[in-house]
Design a binder for this molecule. Structure first.
Ligand code: SAH
Length: 353
């Protein structure tokens, strides 16, 4: 096999058009050619910048959250601190600096990282090895016990499927091959209507409407909620997403901080989709967690004291650093910026079944 393009073309030639989820999964996580198997993907020099990479304040405020949750849990002797998809490990490195100052807390933490990219695991090791983390491929491989879990820009990377409303009903949007010679990827609709009864959920959807379904996201949220129900704890899921059902296509590709075609150069750009926070919230509610709430990133960071943190960083900063701190504050909390585009799903449970 020469490239991911080659692999995907062969799959489609032998099987017919494939679901977007299969294409997305291969593009992001194929063991040899997947996008996350590279290492220069985050930060100003990479393809996109995430909140912890914008400023140390993000991880530090999550450190404040960990301290407060640990106290609310009654300071358990041991608990699991889990991050899903830790990228370069920046968030946890900043978080642990805050946590270290609390007597008894650092020793109570069993740190687990859910990460499948070997290169990113190496990067994480270089900044977090002093906290003895354990790596895992799946949440259910982590031993059971009280848990604090964090995920930032993890759910948007989980595969989605799309369905489109046409005259005759809902059909799945698949990826097939167009042009016979060049075998370019293109979207096609499934020949037969979907077996999933989407009409029941969206009876008023207009022709052309698209809905997105992410079974992997739903599966993860169920697994997190069940863990919290059984052993108590809390989780924070940060991502760009929506809180009212959207009937549009949010499948996107980013390369060098710019949008690009999802169908071109598979494995070379970051593919993602907006997170459906309504569905995730419903799953948490069905499992009857003590608290299930979605707030904006801005509200969350203000609650955990970003303004005070900005002030104290400025106190000891040079003039150039001051403008960087103010800019970072604006990017993280600004209206029409990450402050509002990003939401946080908060899950909490203290009553154990
Ligand atoms: N949280 C980091 C990185 C976000 S990018 C930050 O905010 O900077 C997504 C991360 O999730 C990467 O570390 C990627 O390798 C990891 N990832 C993506 N899909 C995954 C999966 N199915 N299982 C485990 N890790 C995954």
């Amino acid at each position: 096999m020469l490239s991911l393009e080659d692999y995907l073309q062969r799959r489609i030639l032998s099987k017919g058009p494939i679901p977007i989820s299969e294409y997305m999964q291969a593009c992001l996580t194929h063991p040899k050619f997947g996008y996350y198997m590279g290492e220069h993907i985050f930060g100003e020099e990479g393809d996109f910048v995430t909140s912890p990479e914008i400023s140390q304040m993000f991880g530090e405020l999550l450190g404040v959250w960990v301290v407060s949750q640990w106290e609310l849990m009654g300071k358990p002797k041991h608990f699991y601190l889990i991050e899903l998809g830790p990228g370069r490990g920046t968030l946890l490195a900043d978080l642990m600096r805050v946590v270290k100052s609390q007597k008894g807390l650092k020793d109570a933490i069993r740190l687990y990282l859910v990460e499948l990219s070997p290169k990113l695991r190496e990067l994480q090791k270089s900044v977090l090895s002093c906290y003895n983390p354990t790596w895992s491929y799946q949440l259910d491989q982590i031993p059971h016990g009280p848990t604090l879990l964090i995920a930032n820009e993890f759910f948007d990377a989980l595969p989605i499927r799309q369905f489109q409303r046409v005259k005759a009903g809902w059909h799945e949007r698949l990826i097939g091959l167009g042009d016979r010679k060049q075998h370019l990827f293109e979207f096609v609709l499934s020949r037969f209507p979907s077996a999933i009864n989407l009409e029941r959920f969206f009876p008023k959807a207009l022709e052309g409407s698209i809905i997105e379904v992410s079974s992997s996201s739903n599966f993860y949220l169920r697994a997190i909620s069940q863990r919290l129900i059984a052993y108590s704890g809390s989780a924070l899921i940060f991502d760009y997403g929506y809180i009212e059902d959207k009937l549009v296509d949010t499948f996107q590709a980013v390369k060098n901080h710019k949008y690009t075609s999802v169908l071109k150069n598979p494995g070379q750009s970051d593919l993602s989709a907006h997170v459906n926070f309504t569905t995730l919230k419903k799953i948490g509610e069905e499992i009857s967690l003590g608290r299930v709430e979605v707030v904006t990133q801005r509200e969350f960071l203000y609650t955990y004291g970003i303004e005070d943190r900005v002030k104290s960083l400025i106190d000891t900063a040079t003039r150039e650093q001051v403008s960087n701190i103010l800019l970072a504050h604006q990017r993280l909390t600004g209206l029409n910026q990450m402050g509002e585009l990003f939401k946080v799903l908060i899950l909490e449970n203290r009553e154990v079944e």
